[in-house]
Design a protein around this ligand. Structure first.
Ligand SMILES: Nc1nc2c(ncn2[C@@H]2O[C@H](COP(=O)(O)OP(=O)(O)OP(=O)(O)O)[C@@H](O)[C@H]2O)c(=O)[nH]1
Ligand SMILES: Nc1nc2c(ncn2[C@@H]2O[C@H](COP(=O)(O)OP(=O)(O)OP(=O)(O)O)[C@@H](O)[C@H]2O)c(=O)[nH]1
Ligand SMILES: [Mg+2]
Ligand SMILES: [Mg+2]
Lengths: 273, 293
């Protein structure tokens, strides 16, 4: 395209700042800016819409979200420290309960102070059954006991909370792999979902987190928490673009109903506001 | 292969011959890659721009050391300048003229305040101080219990009376005074800087406690938004020092530069793990190296 017909570079630079400020990262921002560079100048009035379309096109809504029909459906929640795993499990339990499901929450965090007590309160709030071992040391044995119990009692959904862990700690990542193996031994194909909880405030390290958790245990979905703050959570787009992991839910507050299903259109609109 | 080698050698020789001084031209590529590296490290883009402009202004006209290329020289200047910026100010905990000293912790949800409260308490205990912990997080399920458990683990008393936030904190101070405990560490609930009611609560705590120290706890893996939250907490509450947590991860830690740059406040300690012992003094040169990658 001739130089005089391309979008004004200052406009592109403003857009670039917006994307970087939203934590999309340099790599994904470059990809998007390169696409915009190819646009005819006469389209500049539509630039906001074009940008929205381009970002939305990055989100592959075709990735099959196969919700297992087996009972119980086992969901493992993982992620680094403090991202909102325990709280998100409480919100999800409430959501599934409103869908008429019988839910069991499992205190798989046997390490952190008051983790058991914290999840127990969420189970009470959401009307889910609770299983844990207040003196428990081994998350794999807690998971084992929970699945055994859920199979007997006929729960629809079992959600297993795990301790926050840095992907750089190999012993902790090994522990997670073991929890998965123990679950799989009891129910083939389980856990049916492994959801990585990411904090919307997290920058580029979120991409590394997703890569490592994907490599160690597999990740079937992402929950992006704390979107009620001012962070845009753009790193989740870079993760989705690189690793094709579906974005399932968004955490938008600390209350039990502060969870919404991910909608690409709404997410992109909020991103560019 | 040989052509490439000859071409790059030619470039270097040409650059060294041309003037032996740093010019805009001979560091253009280096500036671009430093910018990219800082953004990848999560330094806020406005902070990056300002930082690069300042360093560039400082660097232009400097004579290049014989053993370095202009590019390498400017990277060294960046490292030195980043170290200088990060370490420019230092903050040491102030003690009250009349004990107890009060330390108030604040920050976003999940950044590591409660864990840091225990780390700080253990550190003070090992310095032969007599700390008292109190959590005024009446919101998060089992938050107060979490601090009680940590207190037991490190052998530091935890005040657990009264359920109203401000009263609980002031009673803790009163308890410390009566029991001759010299420092009260107040752990608060995580909150958003845009939550008016919760920021009002912090203000009420500040007015009633008149803490000698207010520390802003921030997650080391925070991205671009670090400038917004830090500036907002500093504008609304005002803090004396910064704690950067979870630095045992492989996060580059660019939030450190963002927060220091936008608030002018110094980083005091970093969290390097989940245990009460995992607190370290802040070393600007190490963090500078890490951010620059
Ligand atoms: N504002 C906001 N806060 C949230 C959200 N989700 C979780 N939180 C808060 O974030 C903090 C940490 O949440 P947790 O559920 O304990 O996080 P976690 O990942 O289980 O933490 P660890 O188990 O210690 O790794 C709590 O204060 C929650 O209330 C959200 O969507 N919005
Ligand atoms: N690896 C690592 N984990 C940390 C560090 N500091 C805190 N954590 C972990 O981060 C998670 C959150 O810590 P908390 O102390 O509960 O955070 P908080 O700020 O009090 O959370 P809220 O009260 O909910 O806002 C826990 O799993 C801690 O063990 C650190 O320096 N390194
Ligand atoms: Mg948890
Ligand atoms: Mg806390």
């Amino acid at each position: 395209l001739g130089k005089y017909f391309r979008i004004d570079t200052r406009l592109l630079s403003t857009i670039e700042d917006t994307l970087i400020a939203s934590d999309l990262g340099v790599e994904l921002t470059d990809i998007l800016i390169d696409r915009l560079k190819k646009i005819d100048r006469r389209e500049s009035a539509n630039l906001a819409e074009i940008l929205k379309t381009e970002i939305k096109s990055l989100i592959n809504s075709e990735i099959s979200i196969n919700e297992t029909k087996t009972k119980p459906r086992v969901i493992l929640c993982v992620g680094v420290n403090g991202t909102g795993k325990t709280t998100s499990i409480g919100k999800l339990a409430y959501r599934f309960r409103t869908q008429g499901k019988r839910v069991m929450l499992v205190a798989g965090d046997t390490f952190r102070a008051a983790a058991y007590e914290q999840l127990k309160i969420w189970a009470e709030r959401s009307g889910a059954e609770f299983l844990g071992n207040p003196k428990g040391k081994d998350p794999s044995s807690v998971a084992f006991d929970a699945i055994k119990s859920a199979l007997v009692k006929g729960h629809d959904t079992v959600m297993i909370d795990t301790a926050g862990r840095l992907h750089t700690k190999s012993n902790l990542m090994d522990e997670l792999a073991k929890i998965k193996r123990v679950i799989a031994k009891q129910i083939p194909d389980a856990p049916h979902d492994i959801w990585l909880v990411l904090d919307a405030n997290t920058g580029q390290n979120g991409i590394v987190q997703a890569q490592e958790f994907l490599k160690t245990v597999g990740v079937t979905g992402i929950i992006l928490s704390k979107l009620d703050g001012t962070a845009k959570g753009g790193a989740v787009l870079a993760i989705h673009h690189k690793l094709s992991i579906p974005i399932r839910y968004l955490g938008v507050g600390e209350q039990i109903d502060d969870l919404v299903e991910f909608d690409p259109g709404n997410f992109v609109d909020a991103l560019l506001k | 292969m040989l052509e490439q080698l000859q071409e790059s050698l030619g470039k270097i020789v040409k650059t060294l011959r041309s003037e032996g001084k740093i010019t805009e031209n001979n560091i253009r590529d280096t500036l671009r890659s430093v910018r990219r590296s800082l953004l990848e490290a999560d330094v806020n883009y406005k902070v990056v721009k300002e930082f690069i402009d300042n360093v560039q202004a400082k660097a232009i006209g400097i004579t290049v050391t014989k053993s370095l290329t202009p590019g390498r020289q400017v990277v060294k200047i960046f490292n030195d300048e980043l170290t200088r910026l990060l370490g420019a100010k230092q903050y040491h905990l102030k003690t009250a003229s009349m004990p107890p000293t009060v330390i108030l912790l604040a920050g976003l949800q999940g950044c590591g305040k409660t864990t840091f409260a225990a780390k700080l308490a253990l550190m003070l205990k090992n310095q032969n101080r007599k700390p008292l912990l109190v959590s005024v997080d009446v919101y998060r399920p089992a938050a107060m219990q979490q601090l009680e458990i940590l207190g037991k683990q490190i052998g530091v008393p935890v005040f657990s009376d009264e359920s109203k936030v401000v009263k609980r904190a002031t009673e803790a101070v009163e308890f410390a005074r009566k029991q001759h405990l010299d420092t009260v560490i107040v752990d608060t609930a995580g909150r958003l800087h845009i939550d008016k009611e919760m920021m009002k609560e912090l203000d009420a705590l500040k007015k009633n406690l008149k803490p000698q120290n207010i520390l802003f706890v921030a997650d080391g893996m925070t991205g671009q938004d670090a400038v917004n939250t830090a500036a907002s907490f500093n504008d609304q509450l005002g803090f004396d020092g910064i704690i950067l947590t979870k630095m045992d991860s492989d996060t580059r830690g660019g939030a450190a530069l963002s927060i220091v740059s936008v608030t002018g406040k110094p980083i005091m300690y970093i969290g390097t793990g989940e245990k009460p012992e995992n607190i370290e003094a802040f070393h600007p040169d190490r963090i500078a190296n890490r951010i620059l990658g």
